[in-house]
Design a protein around this ligand. Structure first.
Ligand SMILES: *Cc1c(COP(=O)(O)O)cnc(C)c1O
Length: 611
């Protein structure tokens, strides 16, 4: 990571005439903020921690700026009147300790340029742009390898034009040293050498490349005319580009996809890569192993992933895990249990549905009786019924089913990574989940954590499905580190980041955070006078089904739209003739935000006379 920057700011700015006689050029303001200060802000936002400013003319302005920004260290070039940018860079050199960004002080630029250089895998890179028609262009030439091979203000002296010098460069201390050595050797004749000429002189030996962003938005400001142009044309464009990257925070209180962190959102911006490259295969392999490790021992369990939503993972599991002549018993106590049964029916499996209340706990004795009476091979159940927030006691049901020799398949989509779980202890052979609920990634990857020896049993079963065949997807990945069909590449990078963040927070602490949010909600419902569908002791803490108030004034749509104005998205929930609305607290949601939401809810309920 690049942590340092040097801004060369010793110059007189004489082309501005009177205006810069008493202040450095960098302090000319664009939209109320000095150019150099805005540059400092962009550097800090890009992760730079130390900014060395080489000063000269009116240096006290910079010293004052340094008081405001502790990251700034100023170094004065006492000979600024007789030297140029290289002279100023030279006085900064002793303070540079690692790879750094070098910038001129009079730039107005899109922060994207900083990220492009920081992310470029090469160590020494000069940023160039397409034609600016600024009348003060510095043209850059490159050789066949892309290395800087010429710098000139005269276009006719350039043979292979790479672009125009922007004034932002990434360099290593070694390249800086080579530039300083070159300068020292030539100082006698050429004291006023600019840094770009020194860079050019050492580019070949140190490997300084040119990176061109054809439509890069930037300008240097040397005179009044350039300033006017910057204000009219360049600055609005930069503002627009940068505002596209400022993602407004929305708090999703719907049951997935859930609220994600900005770092997960940004992880999706990655180089295009063919998913058949080994490099990407390794990303998927690590992701799969980490997903397994969150709930089981990777020696005994393995995660099989598909590009799909959570229902896709359910479909893979239900359509793959019932033996050809098998029989599945599915517990249906909500929409998701019902969905499992629908899938089994579509695949023409032998299915029996065990119906149970949507808000009261399952009668385990009755379920055991059913298991004992039938010739079932497989049990299917939902861990957490998202329809109502009812948490099913799989820790009792699955071991019981295993006692009768059944294979257990569990829709754990809205439980996985939200609460600590150990599949082996729970007696779960297959558990489905998705990238976009408690793991806090983006939608697009459905996966099934499988007990390996159970999965291997499927090897010679006739295929009932194609895309969603669990064993085939597993075996192909094992052999090739590839999925059989195109995976959602960017979603994988986001999921990798989401896993890192889950491990940092830990699932235990995540559950505590959810519970803290849930407690805030439950307390406020009580104060408002709203009732929950499920008794608190049977609830997951992940989603709460709330009975709608008994007044014709109530409208879900109005409540939804009102909450949305404050950045909260809520979810309806109708169960037969029971009318509820649902508040989920899955994802990157903080207790303060839930507190804030409860105020919004209270205000709405107050407006319709409920409280
Ligand atoms: C969210 C969810 C699913 C999957 O829903 P998709 O819209 O397909 O992602 C499946 N089961 C349960 C219990 C869920 O909560």
């Amino acid at each position: 990571m690049i942590k340092e920057a040097v801004i060369v700011a010793g110059g007189l700015g004489s082309r501005f005439g009177n205006r810069t006689a008493v202040m450095p050029k960098g302090f000319i303001e664009i939209d109320g903020v000095a150019m150099v200060e805005r540059s400092v802000q962009k550097l800090l936002a890009a992760g730079i921690e130390k900014i060395i400013i080489g000063t000269g003319h009116c240096n006290e302005w910079y010293d004052k700026l340094a008081e405001k920004y502790p990251a700034i260290q100023t170094v004065k070039n006492n000979n600024y009147q007789n030297t140029s940018s290289m002279g100023t860079l030279e006085v900064c050199a002793p303070y540079v300790t690692g790879d750094f960004l070098l910038l001129e002080s009079d730039l107005v630029y899109d922060a994207a340029g900083l990220r492009v250089l920081i992310n470029d895998e090469r160590s020494n890179v000069v940023l160039a742009s397409g034609p600016t028609h600024s009348q003060d262009e510095v043209y850059l030439e490159t050789d066949d390898a892309g290395i800087l091979s010429g710098v000139s203000k005269d276009a006719s002296k350039i043979t292979k034009l790479a672009g125009e010098l922007v004034g932002i460069t990434k360099l290593t201390p070694a390249a800086l040293k080579a530039m300083c050595d070159y300068y020292a050797a030539n100082r006698a004749e050429l004291a006023k050498l600019d840094y770009e000429n020194c860079m050019n002189a050492v580019a070949h030996e140190t490997g300084i490349y040119v990176r061109t962003i054809q439509y890069y938005t930037w300008t240097e400001i040397d005179n009044e005319q350039m300033l006017a142009r910057a204000l009219e044309q360049i600055w609005p464009h930069i503002q627009e580009n940068e505002s596209l990257l400022n993602i407004r925070r929305e708090v999703l209180l719907n049951p997935g996809p859930s609220t994600t962190t900005d770092s997960v959102k940004y992880a999706q911006v990655c180089p295009d890569i063919c998913p058949r490259e080994l490099e990407f295969g390794k990303v998927m392999e690590q992701v799969a192993e980490d997903l397994t490790a969150l709930v089981a021992d990777p020696k005994e369990y393995v995660t099989v992933m598909f590009g799909c939503s959570g229902t896709g993972a359910d479909e893979a599991m239900v359509s793959s895990c019932v033996p050809p002549d098998g029989r599945i018993l599915i517990v249906d106590n909500g929409s998701y249990g019902n969905r499992l049964a629908k899938i089994a029916n579509v695949y023409k499996e032998n299915v029996t549905v065990f119906k149970s209340s949507t808000y009261e706990p399952i009668d385990i004795a009755a379920l055991e009786k059913e298991i004992a009476s039938g010739s079932y091979t497989t049990l299917g159940i939902v861990y957490h019924e998202t329809t109502t927030g009812l948490l099913n006691p799989v820790e009792k049901i699955c071991p019981m089913a295993k006692k009768y020799g059944l294979t257990t398949i569990v829709d754990a989509v809205s439980a996985y990574a939200g609460m600590p779980m150990d599949l082996k202890k729970l007696g779960i052979d297959f558990a489905s989940a998705t990238s976009n609920k408690h793991i806090q990634g983006m939608a697009g990857i459905g996966f099934v954590v499988c007990k390996r020896d159970e999965l291997l049993k499927q090897k010679d079963w006739p295929m009932r499905n194609y895309y969603f065949n669990l064993y085939d997807q597993y075996a192909y990945f094992l052999e090739t580190k590839q999925t059989r069909f195109t995976p959602p590449v960017q979603t994988f990078y986001a999921l990798r980041q989401a896993i890192i963040e889950t491990k940092q927070e830990t699932v235990e602490k995540r559950f505590e955070r959810y519970t803290a949010c849930w407690n805030i909600l439950v307390k406020s419902l009580d104060e408002i006078g709203l009732k929950m569908l499920v008794k608190p002791e049977y609830q997951s803490h992940f989603i709460t089904a709330i009975l709608i108030p008994d007044t014709p004034e109530y409208s879900f749509d109005k409540l939804h739209d009102y909450a949305r104005e404050f950045g909260f998205t809520i979810y309806p929930g109708k169960l037969g003739n029971i009318n509820t609305f649902r508040i989920a607290n899955m994802g990157d949601i903080r207790p303060e935000e839930m507190q804030c939401f409860t105020q919004v809810l209270r205000d709405y309920m107050h407006s319709i006379g409920v409280c």
